[in-house]
Design a protein around this ligand. Sequence first.
Ligand code: ATP
Ligand code: MG
Length: 301
Amino acid sequence: MTEIPKNHPRYESLMAREQIIAGVEKGMTSRQGLIAQGRGEAFDYLIGEKTIDSADYAEAVAVCLLLLAESPVISVNGNAAALSPADLVMLSQLTGAKLEVNLFHRTEERIQKIIDELKENGADVVLGENAEPLLPLDHERAKVERVGIYDADVIFVPLEDGDRCKVLADMKKLVIAVDLNPLSRTAQTAHVSIIDNLKRALPNMIDMIPDFKNMEEEDLWEIVQAYDNNVVLMDAIETMKENLTAKQNEVLGINPDENDNSGKKEKKMLQEANERRFGKMQRDPEIAKKVMMRGGDLMME
Ligand code: ATP
Ligand code: MG
């Protein structure tokens, strides 16, 4: 691994690259995984390389769903295994979700290497070896285990490809995706789309579990039912637009606060749009309060 100084402004992102490269060298991650990581990085740049409030909210809802599920499964691919093996195992242990390796560029050797990596990080059982082509797909992602993904009611799919995500949703499974690209088919198809970096999303979700674990099932359902994935997608796209506009203004030397009347008009329009997009959630103050406690400030804005 290249030594990256901790004070480097792009430390996190450079470290993630090193992890993905190490994954390729270990034979867990495909070379195509390097490109997928690059696409993720580009969207991370646009979102500001942080967990935005709406992603935090989606992560809270994802935790509730995993805790409510009867047979939840965490689907692991080569990139996820390279980036966050210990957190994937911890999420599985704290929610009772099974781990299953599922690959687009599947080879039995890669499956085995990822299973070994997860076991080295504390997993007892990892599914994926005994997969059969049970999903209606023309590629290797069709291969799943009957006792795992095939029978699951809730599936957590970090860095998923869009067509399997759609097939899983068509099979009436609830799909939670982690994907920095809010425009991807995956993000557009999943029931809960976490627009965040996997490396930030997992620790955040793990931190939330103790709070939600003590809640009544009924209350967890209330949170899940109040959730609207379109709001989360829209908020991520809006954040990217705002970040681009801020950068554009910076380049042009424009201070939008100095823009008297026209600025005011735009602010008012934005406020009205915000009221429209968050109105639905605001209607239920009890749920809003609960999610607020998890830092979902978004809902009260
Ligand atoms: P789709 O088929 O859903 O339209 P895609 O073809 O864009 O998706 P892939 O290249 O198959 O997607 O998978 C990579 C996806 O994962 C990309 O959308 C990318 O933004 C996202 N991604 C990559 N690395 C990360 C990461 N560390 N955290 C979150 N998302 C990531
Ligand atoms: Mg794809």
